[in-house]
Design a protein around this ligand. Structure first.
Ligand SMILES: [Fe+2]
Length: 498
């Protein structure tokens, strides 16, 4: 093993310049099929008191299903369990809200909230409901005990009974329960999330950083990470990226030399989700992609900082240790109860390369999972644009060029191309000199020309700072970009202008 290998960044090695290949069909294989969308319904935002009561509701729902499976509906035990559940439902109704539950691929959603902890606590209930095809359940106001009881009789069925009776929707239709709605699949509607403000974007970013700091402490104390906490942070990252991609992408320009791994993790999660959401809007896929991306480097938390931040070349032993971090990370993540298994795969595979090389070695060779290929692109880009003890940060267009040159070897070519189309050749926050000499900061790429983004002009050609204003460089008559500049050299605080 050579001793002058750049630490932990195989993609900083020279690339072969073979350029981007046509997006081949293989890139889109494995993309989960989109669930069938149903008519979106108004989603309730429950009060904190109502949210707390949901455990009671779920406990009784779980209990009534069990009881109704052992006893007939008119047995006293079943009657009592039905009425106990109805009591909790009634309290919501008295407060003027319907009961809206959704069971989405291992997750429990109550109104507009994903219940991270309850998803784990009531895992069996979620599995059972999913197994009989119940994606969502709304118990509307005005339901009486008889109607409610008929619905419970249907919901207590097992998957064989449901199949025998022609599916859950048919059974619900035949039960004549006008106040109860059952949906087969619950899809989060982007409209549900609404437009999120820059403050919310920043709060989400800070929460992700805080979570990474906490995970670092836990891992170093040999304590277990809380999957519910990770999922909550990731859910908010997904929502923010879906709602306001560019506000989130701007944040990925935040770097911190001392807390590199924490900022890098948050950035890679956002970049991966931006890229992932351009491939599919399947919420389950994006959630596990987000978890894998956020935790991709947790294996580094057990590697000494002296090695990770060593300014000089690593010894062969040190390098061997660094190369173990995907394996350490996957082992740590596999031990976390309730953490998505495909996230574990992403952690393990994030330094594997598209061409099958990279590390860890796997025999027989297997293509990287789609989520791992996405994270690899995001990881490479963020690592190249960050300052490390052993390398300076590259300016964005140089990083973008290197990324494109790695397409087809280290990186998936179609995903790389998609990434460039999202970020533009000049990603958000890049400081640029325009052809007319003025200085600007890139806000977002233009849809029509990736080399001519929307820019905030901050200084005249003679260097005089001006009141910033936005210019769309793709509009006719506007200058192009002459070069990228280093914000630190110019003493520019990018945050002050965007
Ligand atoms: Fe890594």
């Amino acid at each position: 093993m050579s001793e002058d290998v750049p630490h932990d960044d195989p993609r900083q090695t020279p690339v072969d310049g073979q350029g981007i290949q046509e997006p081949a069909s293989q890139t889109m294989e494995g993309v989960p099929a989109l669930p069938v969308r149903e008519e979106p319904q108004a989603v309730t935002a429950y009060s904190s008191k109502q949210l707390k009561r949901v455990r009671d509701l779920l406990t009784r729902l779980y209990a009534v299903r069990r009881t109704a499976r052992f006893y007939p509906m008119d047995h006293p035990a079943t009657v009592e369990a039905v009425s106990a559940l109805k009591d909790v439902v009634d309290r919501y109704h008295q407060e003027g809200v319907d009961v809206q539950l959704a069971f989405f691929e291992g997750e429990l959603i109550f109104g507009d909230r994903l219940l991270a902890e309850e998803s784990l606590l009531f895992e069996q209930l979620v599995r059972d409901m999913t197994a009989i095809g119940v994606g969502s359940l709304v118990v509307g106001r005005g339901v009486d005990l008889n109607e409610f009881s008929r619905a419970i009789a249907v919901l207590a069925a097992d998957s064989f009974e449901v199949a025998r009776n022609g599916g859950i929707m048919r059974m619900i239709a035949e039960a004549n329960v006008p106040h109860i709605e059952v949906g087969t699949v619950k899809v989060f509607e982007r409209e549900d999330v609404g437009e999120l403000s820059p403050e919310e974007a920043r709060e989400t970013y800070d929460n992700a950083l805080e979570l990474m700091r906490e995970i670092d402490l836990l891992i170093n104390r040999n304590k277990s990470v809380n999957a519910g906490q990770v999922k909550t942070v990731v859910r908010s990252l997904v929502d923010n990226v879906l709602s306001n991609r560019y506000a989130m992408l701007e944040l990925t320009g935040l770097k911190d030399y001392d807390e590199y791994t924490f900022y890098h993790s948050a950035n890679v999660a956002i970049l991966s989700l931006a890229l992932g959401s351009a491939v599919t809007n399947d919420y389950r896929f994006l959630s596990s992609l987000g978890v894998g991306a956020l935790l991709h480097d947790i294996g580094k938390m057990t590697v000494s900082l002296d090695i990770l931040n060593k300014p000089g070349a690593l010894t062969a032993e040190e390098w061997a240790l660094v190369r173990q971090h995907p394996v350490y990370g996957a082992q740590q993540a596999a031990l976390v109860p309730g953490l998505d298994k495909s996230a574990v795969v992403t952690i393990l595979e994030h330094h594997m390369r598209f061409d099958g090389s990279g590390y860890p070695n796997r025999t027989p060779r297997r293509p990287q999972h789609l989520a791992s290929r996405i994270v690899a692109v995001a990881d490479a880009f963020d690592a190249m644009t960050s300052r490390r003890s052993y390398s300076a940060a590259r300016v964005q267009d140089e990083a973008m060029t290197l990324l494109v040159q790695s397409a087809g070897t280290a990186l998936d070519p179609a995903l790389t191309r998609l990434f460039v189309s999202i970020m533009g050749v000049y990603p958000p926050r890049t400081v640029v000199r325009l052809e007319d000499g003025r200085t600007g900061i890139v806000i977002r790429p233009s849809e029509s020309d990736l080399t001519r983004p929307l820019v905030r002009v901050i200084a005249q050609a003679d260097g005089e700072m001006i009141d910033p204003f936005s210019v769309d460089l793709s509009a006719e008559g506007q200058p192009g970009i002459a070069m990228c500049l280093d914000a630190a050299d110019l003493n520019i605080e990018v945050d002050d202008y965007i």
